[in-house]
Unconditional design. Structure first.
Length: 68
């Protein structure tokens, strides 16, 4: 699994971006439905996360996101 830090997340819009620890990659899109857990799922700027990457269209997305 890859790791990174939440750089921006909008609770009202339900999505944000992860900056990978491997800085050679572009920021990854993360949707609230990709966050593991129950109920309302959200992330905070600066949180460290672990995730898998899935190619959706032209841009990769983070899936199975969990806070570490």
């Amino acid at each position: 699994m890859a790791t990174g830090v939440i750089r921006w997340f909008s609770e009202t819009r339900g999505y944000g971006f992860i900056e990978a620890d491997d800085e050679t990659k572009e920021p990854l899109y993360v949707h609230h439905t990709a966050i593991l857990g129950r109920g309302y799922r959200s992330l905070q700027v600066g949180q460290h996360v672990r995730y898998e990457v899935r190619q959706e269209g032209r841009h990769p997305q983070a899936i199975d996101v969990e806070v570490v």
